[in-house]
Structures are given as C-alpha cells and as structure tokens.
Design a protein around this ligand. Structure first.
Ligand SMILES: [Fe+2]
Length: 171
C-alpha cells in the first residue's frame, strides 16, 4: 500500500494575507505561523548545508491539509519559483532515504534536503522539473525543527514532537 498524500504545499508572497484568503476560500482554519528553521538545508542554489528559515502555516482540516509557505531564500522556496503549488507532502514516511534512492533511480532527482546533526535525512524534495512542475516531499517520522514565528519553542504533539498545533484535549 503506497503512502497517501498528507498535504499540499503552496508558496505565497505574503503569509498573513494568504492565510486570510485561504480561510475565506475554503472555510479551513489555519495554525499560528511557525518556522521550519534549520542550519542544514541544501538545494541547487547552495548545495552545501546552509540556514533555511521558512515561515509556514498548516490547515486544521485535512487530509489533504494545506500548507502555506512564504517565499524564502534563493532556491526551492524563493520568489523566483512563483506563487502556487510547490509540493505534495508525505509525512512520517518510514524510509525517506530508501525513497530517495528509488526515485533517483527512476530519474527523479533530489533538490532540497534537510539533514539532522548526524547527517540523516529529516525531509527532502524531488526536483520540480522531474515531475510535471510539482515536487514531492518526504518527511521522516522524527522531530522536525519547527519553532514559533518569534523563535520560541513550538507546541508539542502527542509524541512530544514540535508541532504547529497544541495537543487536542480529550473529548
Ligand atoms: Fe510540506
């Protein structure tokens, strides 16, 4: 059974404005703004690990959830990419590195990868030129470097991992 699409990521120029528009358009609720902040992101704009600090917000409703990401940096998340669909996200993927090997063998290159301190893959993106203008994102089932917009610690999910949402109280 293949993994199913968890979310659709969009690049936007102005995150606050985009959240308001997407709330109106869909009726979905969106999280407070957070940041995916790491010093070990690499893509074809800067192939060695470098800082990446993307402002993001996720919808409460889904799957598929909507992820809004503000333009950032010079590479895969930059304004030069234009607004619109950026990636289809597969969360908590059990074998992100195996998936990378398999897809590279099938001609879908990696362009955009975040590593942990041990060099293991936190997440990676396929190159949009290799799949009809859309990237796939594979996210490992480990704590991801998410902080609140002001840099303070994020909420924690039920696993204790950083999260854009607080744990839901039991109903
Ligand atoms: Fe994503």
């Amino acid at each position: 059974m293949p993994e199913l699409i968890h979310h659709i990521g969009f690049l936007v120029a102005d995150l606050e404005s985009a959240i308001g528009q997407w709330e109106k358009a869909t009726g979905y609720r969106f999280s407070d703004i957070g940041r995916y902040r790491t010093d070990t992101y690499a893509d074809d704009s800067v192939p060695h690990p470098h800082p990446h600090d993307a402002r993001i917000s996720f919808s409460k409703e889904g799957p598929p959830y909507i992820e809004l990401m503000e333009f950032h940096g010079e590479g895969t998340h930059s304004a030069s990419q234009g607004e619109g669909i950026h990636h289809l996200g597969f969360m908590d993927h059990p074998d992100v590195e195996g998936r990378r090997r398999d897809l590279e063998a099938a001609g879908m290159r990696c362009n955009g990868i975040a590593l942990d301190g041990d060099g293991k893959t936190l997440l990676w993106f396929t190159d949009r030129d290799d799949l009809h203008g859309v990237r796939l994102e594979f996210v490992s089932p480990v704590p991801q470097p998410i902080v609140r917009d002001d840099g303070s610690p994020a909420h924690r999910d039920g696993r204790g991992f950083p999260s854009l949402w607080p744990v839901e109280p039991p109903v």
